[in-house]
Design a protein. Structure first.
Length: 339
């Protein structure tokens, strides 16, 4: 059984906690009563039973059973239908985890269907029952406001988690962490997803405020809806700011990576030039030493018939040729700046 809450209120005070829907209808016969019924991961059969019992609009029920609906507020003949996407931030995986809550509000009932444990409606219910009984006395619209307020308030810790990760990314960028680009891209995707969930809230609040005004609800409730609007605007501003920061962080990261690559390429070029200079010097000296070696090797051949082999000045001549060739080569290489 996915029924997690079934209470009847009169004048903002709990008067009954029926065990099933049949008892709920019986308990609602008392004048001024309101039922607050909550389901967590309901089965299709349970949804159809509730829908038949309270006359829920079939189109809204179809949306509920299909799931994955965008956040929205719709009003039908006998009830209003609200879909919200609560969110929590998992700092370990750096992901935003979304829930899904469907809220039906009639003249004397509030029925919630959740796909996740967030928002914590038990906390919302406890706060209304203990601190704001006057709000409960205003009827189902007050419960809808309280749930909206809780969902929007839970968006702030999500952005706090994003802010912490952005601070870490900033340090990683300037520390030269090469894996930071992947982290920036992943967090940017989470921000986009969060925007898709939170952006419709402003329109929902405007539509609810207009609907409440047309129904002549208590002015104090309208004031609280306007307060939620302020919170939502702050959430929207922070979200857009973090999105822009992440985009700039990606640009800065790329600039720093390119700068480091340019510095490395420049250093490699300098190293290559230095190596080339060394190779030229080695080659030049090798050529200089090769010339006398060539002459010496020729005259070191053991042949009987060689020019100037028995000439008196043959040795000084060969030695002079060695020195002359070395000097000429040295001058040539020096002029070419190889030495």
């Amino acid at each position: 059984m996915s029924l997690v809450n079934n209470r009847i209120y009169v004048d903002g005070v709990v008067v009954a906690e029926p065990a099933d829907l049949t008892q709920t209808r019986e308990a609602m016969q008392q004048p001024g009563s309101m039922a607050w019924i909550g389901y967590l991961n309901p089965t299709p059969d349970e949804v159809h039973v509730v829908a038949a019992e309270f006359g829920l609009n079939e189109l809204a029920v179809e949306d509920l059973l299909t799931g994955g609906q965008r956040a929205k507020f719709e009003h039908y003949d006998n009830c209003s239908y609200t879909v919200l996407w609560p969110a929590v931030y998992d700092e370990h995986s750096e992901t935003v985890e979304f829930g899904e809550i469907h809220i039906f509000t009639g003249s004397d009932f509030v029925i919630t269907f959740r796909r996740s444990t967030t928002p914590d409606l038990a906390k919302v219910r406890h706060r209304l029952e203990t601190d704001s009984a006057w709000l409960l006395n205003l009827g189902p619209q007050a419960v809808l406001y309280a749930i909206l307020d809780e969902v929007v308030d839970e968006y702030a810790p999500v952005l706090d988690g994003v802010q912490n990760d952005i601070d870490e990314i900033e340090d990683e960028i300037f520390d030269g962490d090469t894996n930071v680009a992947r982290r920036i891209f992943k967090l940017t995707k989470e921000i986009f997803a969060f925007q898709r969930a939170s952006r419709p809230i402003s329109d929902i609040l405007a539509e609810i405020a207009a609907h409440f005004a047309s129904k002549g609800v208590d002015a104090r409730l309208l004031e609280r809806i306007n307060d939620v609007k302020d919170h939502d605007r702050r959430i929207a501003d922070r979200t857009e700011t973090y999105r822009a920061i992440l985009q700039e962080a990606f640009v800065v990261h790329n600039s720093l990576v390119n700068q480091r690559l340019n510095e490395e390429m420049e250093q490699m070029a300098k190293t290559s030039i230095t190596q080339n200079e060394e190779v030229k010097k080695i080659s030049a000296w090798g050529a200089i030493f090769f010339a006398p070696s060539l002459v010496a090797s020729i005259y070191g051949m053991n042949f009987d018939k060689m020019p100037e082999l028995h000439w008196y000045y043959g040795y000084p001549m060969s030695f002079g040729i060695m020195l002359l060739l070395s000097a000429v080569l040295y001058r040539i290489f020096k002029k070419k700046d190889w030495l």
